[in-house]
Unconditional design. Structure first.
Length: 167
């Protein structure tokens, strides 16, 4: 039970039912919930994605996995890169998954493949990007080092973390 301070109680000149309502509201506010006009409580909506749930848990030890999404622009992810680090200081094991059409972030087959890979490797911690962080093509492999990807003009001269154009 949350103790109420005198500042949270209703004034004595109000009817008893109104006092009770205000005391109840103070308890909900003290518990961290927000009241809206119709006296209902609002809770944050969280994603049902098992990957996002694992990422929300934070660092829980090694093996740890990083998951990053890449795409031709900031709207559609066509590549997922998964890096698994078995122990601190160890080289990561990289796995890349691609989709030709659709978004890799919402594709159930890719999500299941990622979860299966994490389970097979015994991953305890997941670190995941919120959005798309760059072009899916690799510098030095798909196009020459030091140049801009010719297939993804959206990412040319753009900061991959903020999305702002840099000159």
């Amino acid at each position: 039970m949350i103790p109420l301070t005198p500042a949270k109680t209703a004034p004595a000149n109000r009817p008893f039912a109104k006092q009770k309502q205000e005391i109840g509201r103070a308890r909900y506010v003290a518990a961290g919930a927000r009241f809206v006009q119709n006296n209902s409580v609002r809770f944050k909506h969280r994603s049902d994605s098992p990957l996002k749930k694992k990422a929300r848990r934070g660092f829980r030890g090694f093996p740890a996995a990083t998951i990053a999404f890449y795409g031709p622009d900031d709207k559609r992810a066509s590549k997922v890169a998964i890096g698994i680090v078995v122990a601190e200081g160890a080289e990561p094991v990289m796995e890349r998954l691609f989709t030709e059409d659709g978004d890799a972030r919402t594709d159930p087959a890719i999500g299941a493949s990622i979860l299966r890979l994490l389970q097979d490797q015994g991953v305890k911690s997941v670190i995941m990007t919120d959005g798309i962080i760059g072009c899916p093509h690799e510098e030095g492999i798909d196009y020459p080092d030091g140049q801009v990807c010719p297939q993804c003009p959206f990412w040319a001269h753009r900061n991959r973390w903020t999305g702002e154009i840099e000159q």
